[in-house]
Design a protein around this ligand. Structure first.
Ligand code: SF4
Length: 127
């Protein structure tokens, strides 16, 4: 193999690998992925003013204020996770930053995800 045919072969192989890589990426996007990168979702930042306004936390156990730890519609506080809230879109649940999470229908969470184990003062029982 002379130098010219070596470079032609190398360029052809590089082109084929690039096409395969692009196809694999678009297939992952079509399937909806399952990771934050694939879905484009990020967790709500509990320090955002709107999230703070409803006392959102990624883990219910982080609520230390006993005034917030009340029973709601017959559900004990310890059982009021986002995953049992009417506003949690369970059918869109995925993994975001290592946590099970899904979009929440409350305005403060628009375009973001909330943690399945999370909580906020808007928690409402699923009917
Ligand atoms: S409204 Fe429900 S799902 Fe959304 S953050 Fe509050 S407790 Fe979680």
């Amino acid at each position: 193999m002379n130098r010219r045919s070596f470079f032609q072969t190398a360029l052809t192989a590089f082109g084929a690998l690039t096409v395969l890589s692009i196809k694999a990426n678009s297939e992952e996007r079509r399937r909806g992925g399952g990771t934050a990168a694939a879905t484009g979702l990020a967790l709500v930042n509990p320090n955002d003013p709107a999230a703070k306004g409803v006392n959102y936390v990624h883990d219910l156990k982080d609520i230390k204020d006993v005034k917030l730890q009340t029973e709601r519609t017959g559900v004990k506080f310890k059982d009021q996770h986002c995953k049992s809230c009417v506003f949690y879109l369970k059918d869109k649940e995925t993994t975001v930053s290592g946590k099970k999470a899904a979009p929440c229908q409350m305005p403060f969470a628009t375009g973001k995800a909330v943690a399945a184990e999370g909580w906020c003062t808007s928690w409402a029982k699923k009917s």
